[in-house]
Design a protein around this ligand. Structure first.
Ligand SMILES: [Zn+2]
Length: 587
């Protein structure tokens, strides 16, 4: 067991969902599941984990939807904040704190960071042209604007991004921009804003990026690509009514921009500050106001971030730049794990085209761990992940149930039938051949998890189960029991020990099933072990006594194969009908 001095301090920042809708399986695969696996692994290891995130309450996707539904933006955001929180919990995503960017604390931390940056001369004041609507007498921003994409000529690119080519856009780049709400033409008009001087910070960001050795190669090269293009100052305020307000009273009069009362912080700048403000909020909550500093200022603190591809630039360029500008002594990201997108049956998911899976439906109809397993097994670390109903159900039935579940079940049944319900395992009681395989599996899984290689980590576990199945087959225990019961018991003990190892190794990936395994083998729930803060990674260290129940039930349930055609058909039907959402219809 690791002594207290070896305890690592692991901070995990998870992408903040925009609460203009409930999150979908693409978000789960892209940003929410990987950090949960990472966090659970570190907790098993006895490390100290602070995993935070929350709902991003601001930004135009929310105000647009609010206007459409004639509600206040806060109402929309609160509605989906509650739903996201509820469904993240149903997927067993275990945050230390899940908050929002709509708190007094967040506002305070954002304003403090801004004032520091201003004082340290990382903020510029610049006049730029923005698109102005004569019709509504105001400046319009990103998603309120539509036009032709200058890169791929798609006719319906948004003012912040082109959905077709995925390129991030400046609304001014759009060809023939119009207002999304009233379709009127827009004109250019000058307005004054604060800008983060990224040009000045470029050298330091590069200095942080270059020595990164565990960052995924494609992520690092894309980030360095941005730097090669040259970072330009980026505006951090805009002409909007809804958002985090500026600390006007604390800004020296000479540094106040024109029309300052009409400005709010730009959401890209303030939402990422949530990583810091949420850590501060949690520290206040547990009445240890400096707790967050153990992760952000202790030289041994490690800070990890998990985001989807569309967030790469904000986390690999802008956030490190903001941190550097704020305080040279603060810990910069140890690593940023960026995932690629998820496709559904080969096509990009789209709510408006009806090509998506409703999260509450998925949760209601299928075992959570079947979803977690399938997503982790295909985690889009290097390439896009194509979710298909066929592969989902087959992966569950053939690998999770057929290889892993089957192994655990047959070993438990075999053991009980021939040797009773109680077994005592000691390191010496396990055959060397099996012991070596188990130790190797732990080592491999750990190495992969530390590097955020979830697919390979899970593959190492599946390989161990396959080895277990072959080991039991090869020894023909059912025959051996009659010929040499003493030898048969040695095989059974080794087989039980391997099942034990699977129970531990699987915990980060499928926690609920791992708890069912613990019940089957007579252990407590994981949460009560983890509370002890010890290192439970090495299976034999947590308990050597196995006690099987009278009735042995499977740990993983099978999914009916007929669901494949049923689900595929209903997906196609939904697309034809262009149903927007079954449960949360947009008006
Ligand atoms: Zn485009």
């Amino acid at each position: 067991m690791a002594g207290k001095k070896n305890v690592r301090k692991i901070y995990i920042g998870v992408a903040w969902p925009y609460v203009n809708d409930i999150f979908h399986i693409g978000n789960l695969a892209g940003a929410y599941l990987p950090p949960d696996i990472f966090a659970r692994f570190h907790k098993l290891r006895g490390n100290r984990v602070l995993m935070v995130s929350g709902s991003d309450f601001h930004g135009t996707p929310i105000t647009l939807r609010a206007e459409k539904e004639r509600k206040k933006p806060e109402e929309i955001a609160t509605q989906f904040h509650r739903l996201d929180k509820e469904y993240l919990k149903k997927f067993d995503i275990d945050y230390t704190l899940y908050t929002s960017t709509h708190t007094q604390n967040h506002q305070h931390v954002v304003q403090e960071m801004f004032l520091q940056l201003l004082k340290k001369k990382f903020i510029q004041i610049k006049k730029t042209e923005q698109l102005y609507s004569e019709q509504s007498k105001k400046f319009l921003q990103d998603r309120y604007i539509e036009g032709q994409c200058p890169y791929c000529n798609a006719p319906d690119a948004r003012g912040d991004q082109c959905e077709k080519c995925g390129r991030t856009l400046d609304a001014l780049e759009l060809i023939n921009p119009i207002s999304k709400t009233d379709k009127s033409n827009l004109t250019r008009k000058e307005t004054e804003n604060y800008f983060l001087d990224l040009t000045k910070l470029q050298k330091d960001v590069k200095k942080w990026l270059l020595p990164q050795t565990s960052m995924r190669a494609w992520v690092k090269s894309e980030a360095l690509g941005w730097i090669r293009e040259g970072l330009k100052p980026r505006s951090i305020t805009r002409d909007i009514d809804y958002g985090v307000p500026l600390p006007i009273e604390k800004i020296p009069k000479s540094q106040r921009i024109e029309n300052i009362t009409r400005k709010k912080f730009y959401v890209w700048f303030e939402a990422v500050v949530g990583y810091l403000s949420a850590a501060v909020e949690y520290s206040q909550k547990i009445k240890k106001p400096n707790y967050w500093r153990e992760f952000f200022y202790n030289p041994k603190g490690e800070t990890y971030y998990f985001v989807g591809q569309d967030n790469l630039v904000f986390h690999c360029i802008n956030w490190p730049a903001q941190l550097i500008a704020y305080d040279k002594k603060i810990n910069l990201p140890t690593n940023v794990f960026v995932n690629k997108f998820l496709l559904l049956e080969g096509k990009k998911m789209s709510k408006s085209r009806g090509w998506f899976i409703e999260t509450p439906y998925l949760v209601g109809q299928y075992p959570i761990d079947a979803v977690r397993f399938y997503v982790a097994f295909n985690m889009p670390e290097q390439k896009e992940f194509n979710f298909t109903w066929k592969e989902f159900i087959e992966t569950n039935n053939s690998i999770l149930v057929g290889t892993i579940g089957n192994y655990i079940h047959r070993v438990a049944v075999l053991a009980q039938k021939n040797f009773g319900s109680k077994f005592y395992l000691t390191p010496k009681s396990v055959a060397l051949e099996v012991k070596t395989r188990i130790e190797k599996a732990f080592e491999k899984t750990e190495n992969h998890l530390n590097k955020g290689e979830f697919r390979s980590a899970l593959q190492a576990i599946v390989d161990l189960a396959s080895f277990g199945n072959a080991y039991v087959d090869r020894n023909q225990v059912w025959k051996m029991v009659k010929e040499d019961p003493r030898k048969a018991k040695i095989v059974v003990l080794a087989a039980l020990s391997l099942a034990n190892a699977l129970g531990v190794l699987l915990y980060p990936f499928v926690p609920e099933s791992s708890d069912r395994f613990n019940y089957l083998f007579g252990y407590k729930k994981w949460s009560s072990y983890i509370r002890e803060g010890k290192d439970f990674w090495h299976f034999l260290s947590h308990k050597g006594k196995i006690e099987l129940p009278r009735h042995i039930t499977p740990v993983f349930p099978k999914i009916e194969e007929t669901n494949i055609s049923k689900e595929t058909a209903s997906l196609l039907k939904l697309e034809v009908n262009k149903h927007r959402s079954l449960l949360f219809p947009r008006k």
